[in-house]
Ligand binder design. Structure first.
Ligand code: ADP
Ligand code: MG
Length: 224
């Protein structure tokens, strides 16, 4: 299996080559076609197995297709307000930065520039509010600060088409279950859900079952 046979666009293949990824990892090989097809995904794979690109590459491809379609339909070029289409929840500030950098790098060759917003707590909220003016295509956030921004009407999640829970086990270990629940209430019911975790405790399983609809299961023996 190569990245090309997984159905990625030439621009994304360039980005992959620039990062010197020669072959897709196992989780990438399984997740990329499913995410491209719009399926929910539950992936259990160890740290370092390439989970970020497993969701970022296919989601970038779909965002690119959406933008091309908007252009064909003659949406106003001048309208700069972007709607959040992809929301990635991460447990820590450090991880929000890492995922943000990876997504920015992988998006680097796309013909239309995407706006990626990285949001985290433990830093002043005002610059993040300013950055979100005009919207964003992709938001990567820790749960608590996202709720603060939602309470301040700094962004809307009404147009999110894909939710990613990255490092779901750590999100739960850090006590974010209630925050995640409150965020879910603000998302459209009809959406794609992608769930990535390195471990699979009963709490992780419960969250996955509550969130996912007929997911493609990767490295999972039994989710029932
Ligand atoms: P995980 O989220 O599963 O812990 P990451 O997405 O952070 O893993 O990736 C771990 C490392 O592997 C990163 O340095 C990333 O750039 C690299 N990587 C990801 N995919 C590939 C690939 N297909 N080939 C080589 N390196 C890769
Ligand atoms: Mg990861």
């Amino acid at each position: 299996m190569t990245f090309a046979t997984l159905g990625l666009s030439p621009e994304l293949l360039l980005a992959v080559a620039a990062r010197q990824y020669t072959l897709p990892t196992a989780v990438q090989t399984e997740a990329i076609p499913a995410v491209l097809a719009g399926q929910d995904v539950m992936a259990l794979a160890q740290t370092g197995s390439g989970k970020t690109a497993a969701f970022a590459l296919p989601l970038l491809q779909r965002l690119q297709q959406d933008m091309e379609q908007d252009r064909e339909e003659g949406s106003k070029e001048g309208s700069k307000q972007r709607k959040v289409k992809v929301l990635v929840l991460v447990p820590t500030r450090e991880l929000s930065g890492q995922v943000g950098q990876t997504i920015e790098a992988l998006a680097g060759h796309l013909p239309k520039k995407l706006k990626v917003a990285v949001i985290y707590g433990g830093a002043s909220i005002n610059p993040q509010m300013m950055h979100l003016r005009g919207g964003a295509d992709v938001v990567i956030s820790t749960p608590g600060r996202l709720l603060d921004l939602l309470d301040n009407n700094a962004l809307s999640l009404q147009h999110v088409s894909t939710l990613v829970l990255d490092e779901a086990d750590r999100l739960l270990d850090l006590g974010f279950a209630d925050e995640i629940k409150r965020i879910l209430e603000q998302l459209p019911a009809q959406r794609q859900n992608l769930f990535f975790s390195a471990t699979f405790s009963p709490a992780v399983k419960k969250l996955a079952l509550a969130l996912l609809h007929e997911p493609k299961r990767i490295a999972i023996e039994d989710l029932t």
